[in-house]
Write a protein that binds this ligand. Structure first.
Ligand code: BGC
Length: 396
């Protein structure tokens, strides 16, 4: 029997985002996208609609996070609600989010708050969204207002969730709105995201220097055991996806957030899973990849949080093993000097999985869409609960 113990004050949490859980997020570009499907348009498979109704049922969700013995929660707040028209901030919505975050604080859950998680206000979208050279100005103004209005109930600010994923899905593969297929546009978007993060970082810090501000990046491990070209492709991909972005931002980060889901195994310049250990979405389950990513980030000397790690597994058959193995990787990384301070499982509840709709089930808690969105903790919920309680787990 081997026991894996985590450092004192280790953060145990779960993550969600506004659009995926709140419901009726009508003032966003995603809402337009979902509700104006053209003939022959494949995605999104269904609209988000009421989602999980977490806008109203957040207390129920946070109570379940508390019962999970967690000491933190990661959520996002919705820019489109807070600034429904350009330059007009909604007192009502600030009040709402203040209540939400205060409730988390009351339960002694540390609050990790993302300001941008893929969705945009319609006015911003109509002005060209992240292609607009003024986007950093708009984002900074919003971030500053959030620091003023919510700073006292936010423990960790996360400016932007997964800039590369958004720019690729919306501007290169064209699957997400505005459905463009031009890598040059993706590059422009990335540059504007970088500028926006720096502006937002400075704006939040100008309100209070002690505010903690970071960014969240989706980092896959990239590897190849095939020919030299594949190996080269994997290393370039890894460098661009992981090191370059963080290196550019390193002076404007108090911490790094890593979302890890899978490893890209490159074969003949394509992603090819070496075995069929996969999630319901076909993503290769490779826990060593997480350890590799964490070790690669060690050189930046910053605190790191795994801000998302999870599996689409509707039958809950693989989730327990998945969590255990990923946490062994986290533990190994800590032992090798990585300043890993916390782990957030994605997700607390099943939610709207973007263009796929609701079928991929990532939740520790099932949302029964046929029974008034009833929350039903899965077996894996109780496994994670025990780990968080003991700050350790044992493996035979
Ligand atoms: C995103 C989440 C998403 C999850 C699973 C991450 O890339 O931040 O919004 O639900 O992956 O696909």
């Amino acid at each position: 029997m081997k026991t894996y113990s985590f450092p004192k004050n280790f953060i145990w949490g779960t993550a969600t985002s506004a659009h995926q859980t709140e419901g009726n997020n009508k003032n966003t570009d995603w809402w337009l996208f979902e509700n104006n499907k053209k003939k022959n348009q494949e995605y999104p498979l269904e609209p988000s609609g009421i989602a999980c109704d977490s806008y109203n049922r957040y207390k129920e969700d946070f109570d379940l996070a508390k019962k999970l013995n967690n000491n933190a929660i990661r959520i996002s707040i919705e820019w489109a609600r807070i600034e429904p028209e350009e330059g007009v901030f909604s007192e009502k919505e600030f009040k709402h989010y203040k209540e939400v975050l205060l409730y988390a604080k009351k339960l002694k859950l540390k609050t990790f708050v993302t300001l941008h998680h893929f969705t945009n206000p319609i006015w911003f979208f109509n002005e060209g969204g992240w292609l607009n050279l003024k986007s950093p100005f708009y984002f900074k103004r919003y971030a500053k207002e959030c620091a003023i209005m919510l700073g006292d109930v936010v423990d960790m600010f996360i400016t932007i969730n997964e800039p590369q994923v958004y720019s690729t899905m919306a501007y290169t593969t064209g699957i997400w709105t505005p459905n463009k297929s031009n890598p040059i546009l993706s590059l422009v978007v990335i540059i504007n995201f970088i500028r926006s993060h720096i502006e937002a970082y400075n704006a939040i810090k100008s309100k209070r220097k002690s505010y903690q501000v970071g960014i969240v990046e989706n980092i896959a491990h990239n590897q190849s055991d095939s020919n030299i070209i594949d190996k080269l492709a994997a290393s370039i991909l890894y460098f661009v996806n992981c090191d370059l972005f963080i290196w550019i931002l390193r002076r404007h980060l108090d911490f790094i957030g890593v979302n890890y889901y899978f490893t890209n195994n490159v074969k003949r310049l394509k992603r090819k899973n070496p075995n069929n250990l996969v999630s319901d979405l076909g993503w290769w389950i490779h826990p060593q990849g997480l350890e590799n990513v964490l070790l690669r980030l060690r050189k930046f000397g910053l605190s790191i949080y795994v801000t998302e790690n999870g599996i689409a597994d509707s039958k809950d058959l693989k989730r327990k093993e998945f969590v255990k193995d990923m946490l062994i990787s986290c533990h190994n990384a800590i032992k090798q000097g990585v300043m890993l301070k916390g782990y957030f499982y994605w997700s607390l509840i099943d939610n709207f999985e973007w263009h796929h709709g609701f079928w991929p089930r990532f939740g520790l808690i099932e949302i029964d869409r046929n029974d008034n969105l009833k929350r039903r903790p899965r077996k894996s919920y109780f496994y994670y609960k025990k780990i968080a309680l003991n700050n350790s787990f044992s493996v035979r």
